[in-house]
Every structure is written in C-alpha cells, then in structure tokens.
Design a protein around this ligand. Sequence first.
Ligand code: HEM
Length: 426
Amino acid sequence: MFSTIANKPHSIRKRIISNIYSKSFLASSPSLKVITQHILHDSFIPRLSTYARCATPVDIYAMFSGITMDLVSSYMCGTDAATDFSNDLQERTRILEVFNSRPSYLFYTQEVPLITSILRRLGIRLVPRRIDAANAEIEAWAIKIFDAARMSMSSSPNDTSTDSQRESTSYPTVYAQLAAAMTKDPEKATIDPLNQPPSQHLAIASECYDHLAAGFDTSGITLTYLVHELSQRPSLQKALRKELLTLPVSLTSASAPELSDYKTLDALPLLQAIIQETLRRHPAIPGPQPRVTPSGTTLGPPGHEFHDIPGGIRVSCQAYSLHRNEAVFPEPEAWKPERWLNGKGEVVSAEDGEQAREMGRWFWAFGSGGRMCVGSNLAIYQMKYIVAAIYSNFETTIVDDTGIEQLDRYTAGPTGGKLIIRLKAV
Ligand code: HEM
C-alpha cells in the first residue's frame, strides 16, 4: 500500500484494513488489551524495575524499538508468531542493527531503480553487497513471522473464526483480515489459508511487512523524544504521574495484572498533550510525503495559487516545515505541551477558537487524506500505555544524550542512535 502510486488499488487495499486499525476497534479489542497487559506487566515493567534497583543506565531508544515491535507484531500476527524483543535482547540487537544499516541506501532503489539495476549489471554497485545481504536477512526474518501467522490461522480463516478465536492473543488480526479479503476475490484461488498460492501469501506478507516496518521505529522515536523532554522537567513528570494515578486501575508494578480501559486512558488530557506536542516538535517522519498531481491541478493557498499544473508531477509536503509555522505554533522550536490544553485543563478542540482549529489543520505527524497513516490509532494506543507504565512507576533522568538531534532523513531517529537514561522507582 505504502508504495502503490495509483489511487484505485491503493484505496481498495486501504479499505480492507482500515477498520481493524480504527480507534473504536482497537479500544474494544480484548486480544490487544491482553497482549499489551502481558508485555507491560510480565516483561517491560519488571525489566525497568531491575534497571532502577541497580541504577543501571538504560538505552531507552533500543527498549522502545523492542517493545513497539513486540506489540505491533503481536497484534498483526498473533503472539505465537510475534517477536519477543522485550526479553530476547540479543535478537533485538541483531535485527535492529540489520534494519538500521539500510536506510541510507533506499534512495537508489526507490528513486532511480532502473539506473541502479543497469549499473549493477555493468558491475557498478550504487548499493553495496552488504546492503543486499541485509535486505535478504530482514526478508527471511520477516517471512518467518508471516509464515507462522499463516499457520496459526490454519483452522480459522477470518470468515469462519469464532469470537473466542478472534479474541485470543494468538489470533493474527491483520494477517487474517488481509487473507480473508484476498480469498473472497474469485480470482484469488482457494479459501484455505494453508493452501494459498505462494504469490498470495507473498502479497499478504509484503503488505504486513510495510506495517511492521512503519509501526515500530516511528513509535520508538516518538517515545524517545518524549522521555528526553520529560527527563528535563521533573515537575511535569510529577504532574503526569498524578494524572496517571487517577486511572481506575493504576499501571504500577504492584497493581493487578490488568489494564485500565483504553477509553479512560485516552481521555487523560496531560498525557494527550505531551504526546501531541512530541509528535509536533519531533515528528518521527519529518520528511516529504509525495503525491502525484492529476492533470490541470490548482495548488497553493488562496491568493497564491499555481494553476494548470500538468498531471503526473510529484509534489510533496513535510511535517518538519508545517510544524514550524510560527503563526500557528508560537515559539515553534520550544516543546510546550500546554499549547494543546485550554484554560480548563482540557485538550483543545475546534470549539476553543480559530487558533485551536489552525493547530489541528497544521498538525501533520501522520499526514492526511487518502494516504494518511493507517496505524495512527495503534501508534497512540501503544504509546499511551507505554508512557503510563513508565511514569506511574519511575522518574527518569538523562545520563547521556549526545547525538539526540534528529537525523536529516525521511524517518528520523536520534543521530547517535541512542538515549541513555537512569530510572528511579517512585
Ligand atoms: C508515531 C508513530 C507513527 C508515525 C509518526 C507515523 C507516520 C506516518 C506518516 C507520516 C505516513 C505517511 C502519511 C501520508 O503520506 O500522508 C504513514 C503512513 C503509513 N503508516 Fe504510519 N506512523 C506511525 C505508526 C504506524 C503504525 C503503528 C503502523 C502500523 C502498524 C503504521 C503503518 C503505516 C502504513 C501502512 C502507512 C501507509 C499508508 C498509506 O499508504 O495509505 N504507522 N505513517
């Protein structure tokens, strides 16, 4: 979907999966809640507690990359197929190293694929052999996850699965949705997922891979900058903790291993404002989002339009620039969660006036329109529970933030590839 240029196949694919990523679906999904509960209470909080007890410095960026990969892959493919990076740190390091070795070379295959391939045939490599090897390694790793997802739904393709199967944590929600939609199409062979033609399984795997790759680093980067900002503001950490402790079931290590309802968590205003401002000031994807013009397009704000732009022209827009419009976001370089709260301590809404409406219009961390991020609700869901787990239990301080400035890239993590913090139990 991500790289499908034509609008029709893109929107057909998007319609297949939009509902399982909608806020209402996620908020009422029993399996996602149990997955999150299990990862937070059985792995994440205990590990952070150990680090806090021993005052061990922690690379929180690596931890966030691990837990977000576990959550996204569990929801998509079921817990039996998913990664376990919250516990298997060696595998986490291995896969993240391979993942992170590749982005600098994406330009060639994405933007000049023909030249890249002709030159390769002539023995001139724009993409070094080690990057081809890294791509092959990631492909093999990912296909194992999707093969396991296919196996786990062997007895229950989506159409015939019972509610209790769908509610089980081992149910591959995203894989099953794609498989069911593709098998409904009479062109697409058999209804039995175990006997899918290889091309169909590969098409599903390719779609799932996009979601996996889009879903973990983006949330991990956002969480890293959120912790970096909060670690410089002990009093804001206290205010957030106070808000989090109002949840009917607090997320403390001592609490029963269950989570407060997502609707209640989602309604906390300070938590929302902190996440929103982090996405504004440090968008994980600050880079340009391309669109292709239909013929005879008019573009530009009223009074500054460009008319009759021919069809097939690539135009783009980027969160980095939109989020730095001083007229909409005064002091745009400053991280100020309070800009998202009104005088009553509520999250600003359209009713709060023109300034609030403009902020909503210019906020572009997830893009907008037909190509907008399909996983934005899952991203917010996982980030809210993870932030709640940290700040209900710990204070954080910075140990080493060298290289914290964002990379100049489409997806932009810290240049140093790390953020070292210390946790203290509260
Ligand atoms: C903080 C976390 C995230 C950020 C900042 C983010 C940001 C974005 C952005 C900027 C786009 C392009 C939008 C456009 O062109 O207008 C995008 C697309 C996409 N994202 Fe996300 N994303 C996040 C999390 C996720 C998650 C958790 C998933 C899935 C599990 C996901 C899956 C996708 C997919 C599949 C697309 C392509 C959508 C399409 O082509 O229609 N993202 N994301």
